[in-house]
Ligand binder design. Sequence first.
Ligand code: ADP
Ligand code: MG
Length: 273
Amino acid sequence: MAILSVEGVRQAYQTPVGETVALEDITFSMERGDFCSLVGPSGCGKSTLLSIIAGTLTPTAGRVLVEGQEVTGPNPRIGYMLQQDNLLEWRTVRQNVLFGLEIRHALTPAAVERADRLLETYGLAEFAHSRPSQLSGGMRQRAALIRTLAVGADILLLDEAFSALDYQTRMEVTEDVYRIIRQERVTALMVTHDIPESISMGDRVLILSPRPAVVRRQLPIAFDLPDRSPLRCRSLPAFASYYDTIWKELGMHETDETHGAPLGGAGAVPAAE
Ligand code: ADP
Ligand code: MG
């Protein structure tokens, strides 16, 4: 059974000047451990879709299922990773990681042990008693991810999570986050405006149309690499060809819609960095 199914999701926002249809009809599903990238023009409804999957927004029509059960509100199995890591400065790294368990009254010995194991496995044990401000940007994102996993999330939604980081840090963080997601068998759905990032991490890239969004295309991504990593697949010839395909798919919409640059921002420029 699919771990996540999105079935005919439609979202219309009521505004003082009328209705904005963000999502028209979104249908796709993910198996356990899938990594799906989600790209689409700015404002097409990507963040809206993540809010619906996370259960913080009820769709106008359609539904989201987690292992066959309809999502009707926030679910501890679904974690979020955003641009801001939201680490609390007055708490140590370990206290931050335990915070999610604390507010859920789930601070059991087994849960604490698991949190400590995650800190240890992913190189943060020696910073457990440091403050977030003493960590590098990359370590902060890792701590935020571990905090999410510590509460038992096995589905992770990432919304432009790396876009505030400088290039070097972003490369490091994506390697780290990718490794943790794979190793912990997390199912990930990642929104990004960065085409190379979508290819380098995804098993599949979902390409949304301009608003009101539908899934224009689901492009499977496969690299002939025994031990895939986001950085290493970037130098393969297939990478450039995926880039071309996605770029054309998005750029094509520019001609039949009155939109600007397909994705906007520097990430849309071919191999800019
Ligand atoms: P994306 O993340 O793809 O850039 P969003 O999901 O943030 O797009 O927004 C999709 C569309 O819905 C945009 O046109 C946005 O202005 C509109 N929108 C988002 N949130 C609201 C809201 N709370 N009320 C009204 N319109 C909204
Ligand atoms: Mg958004």
